[in-house]
Write a protein that binds this ligand. Structure first.
Ligand code: LFR
Length: 478
């Protein structure tokens, strides 16, 4: 086996990137071919994603990648649940952002027909008001589904732009709420009961399968060979991140920390107990048929939105490194708020919402920017530690260490406080777990690396030495 170079398109809610991975049996290197901002775009009809612009950045990134080396394939991952509607080959408007508040009405529409407990038994998903099925209920009500005849999730839409092929990659399809959690096929009966047209949902593909080869104009525009395939990866970003989480032995939980903190364990089969449902734990589809049993905790969103607001206020970017240093030096009582409170979900400055939360709960609100940042980090670490404990007890796994991957793994204070509050060592890194998981699944499909997820994780651990944070205080009781 020799090494190959592949391109990973990794779209996050606040930024996207095109990475080049060089992968072989003993090689795993990553370099950046393009990075660009992303975020909600407010228009009179709600919050949207500007996917045309994202696609333009993707093409640009692929062109830079092709300029330096021969790219053997392309893989695409992004955040979950959001989609474009198409009629034939016409895209019907810009996709909605999952934080658009029309989803509240979608929840009412769906739950009027199907109680959550029944949905959970079928799809195994935690309740999140933006799950695709709630969004589609609104589309149905406003008549969009009388026109549309295809739905493409965001990575599948980008794959269609590149190849013209319409598919639904299965890990991401598992976040729609319309996949049967056991068979991992579209749940036709549920789709009928929700009065959605079955024809909306494309053929499912598994990570590692080829979606198609790039279209001639894409080859011309990027300089890639006309035969370059787009290979399905764990196209849900969290699925790719879990692939590259170096859980080498049993007993590892993970926190994939970017915009969100996805906290959980990997299981062989879904956990569909009443306790799991009541704790709002999800069973998302993982690569190689594994289950990602996890809970969505708010993540760096809280800090990023607040820092963005302060930067607007100052007319200059706030320096995150100095802010976090000042936050680390804060002493005394710090308010810990419920990071999962829905008031923190819409975009914007979190400080007034944190102050209101503290007032309602009889706590002294953080005052200075350093105190606010510290309060956010403490609240995230506390929510992470709680979610790890719950994941362990619901899954029956004996969790002995926590792997923190993604952007949050760079935050020393966050990692240390998560270790302190959980009483468990936190093994931090890699930062680019999502892109690494993306390139590894492509490399395996091309035959450049072998076999199991475990052997790929072994390669990750060798290539990106993680840093371990040891808990400084005894684990809290209970
Ligand atoms: C993380 C993520 C989460 C999903 C949320 C919304 O980027 O994909 O897993 O719940 O975004 O799509």
């Amino acid at each position: 086996m020799s090494s190959v170079s592949v391109a990973a398109v990794d779209l996050g809610a606040t930024s996207g990137r095109v990475m080049v991975g060089r992968v072989g049996p003993d090689t795993l290197e990553l370099s950046q071919a393009g990075r660009f901002p992303n975020g909600p775009l407010a228009t009179p009809d709600g919050l949207h994603w500007n996917v045309q612009q994202l696609y333009a950045h993707v093409v640009e990134g692929l062109r830079s990648a092709a300029a330096t080396e021969t790219i053997a394939s392309i893989g695409i991952d992004s955040w979950a649940v959001d989609y474009a509607l198409l009629r034939g080959d016409r895209v019907l408007g810009e996709p909605f952002h999952y934080r658009d508040d029309r989803t509240a009405h979608g929840v009412e529409l769906v739950h009027a027909d199907e109680p959550f407990s029944l949905l959970y038994a079928r799809n195994g998903l935690q309740f999140l008001p933006f799950n695709t099925l709630y969004q589609l209920a609104v589309e149905r009500e406003v008549g969009m589904l009388d026109v549309a005849n295809r739905m493409l999730l965001i990575p599948d839409l980008i794959a269609w732009y590149l190849t013209g092929a319409t598919v639904a990659e299965s890990t991401n399809a598992s976040t729609t709420g319309l996949l049967d959690v056991t068979t991992k096929e579209w749940d036709g009966e549920l789709i009928d009961r929700l009065r959605l047209p079955r024809s909306l949902f494309p053929r499912l593909v598994q990570p590692g399968q080829t979606i198609g080869t790039i279209l001639p104009h894409v080859a011309t525009g990027t300089g890639l060979a006309g035969t370059t395939p787009v290979v399905a990866v764990g196209s849900h970003d969290t699925a790719s991140a879990v692939v590259a989480t170096p859980m080498m032995e049993p007993g590892g939980a993970y926190i994939s920390c970017g915009t969100w903190g996805l906290v959980g364990v990997e299981t062989e089969t879904p956990v569909l107990t009443t306790a799991a449902r009541e704790a709002n734990f999800t069973n998302e589809g993982g690569v190689d048929g594994r289950t990602r049993f996890l809970h969505n905790v708010m993540g760096l969103w809280l800090l990023n939105e607040t820092v963005a607001a302060w930067s607007r206020e100052d007319g200059a970017p706030v320096d995150l490194v100095s802010l976090l240093k000042a936050a680390t030096d804060v002493t005394g009582e710090i308010a810990v708020f419920d990071a999962n409170d829905p008031r923190f979900s819409p975009p914007g400055d979190m400080s007034p919402r944190i102050a209101a939360y503290c007032e309602e709960h009889g706590m002294q609100a953080p005052q200075t920017r350093a105190e606010i940042a510290r309060s956010i980090v403490e609240s995230l670490a506390s929510a992470f530690a709680d979610a790890v404990r719950t994941a362990a007890s619901l899954s029956g796994q004996d969790v002995r260490r926590i792997h923190m991957v993604g952007g949050g793994s760079q935050g020393e204070l966050l990692c240390q406080r998560t270790a302190d509050l959980s009483g468990l060592p936190v093994v931090a890194g890699p930062v680019e777990a999502t892109a690494i998981g993306n390139v590894l699944v492509q490399a395996r499909a091309l035959g450049a690396v072998g076999g199991t997820l475990e052997s790929m994780r072994d390669l990750v651990a060798r290539a990106f030495s993680p840093r371990t944070y040891t808990p400084r205080t005894a684990a809290p009781k209970g």
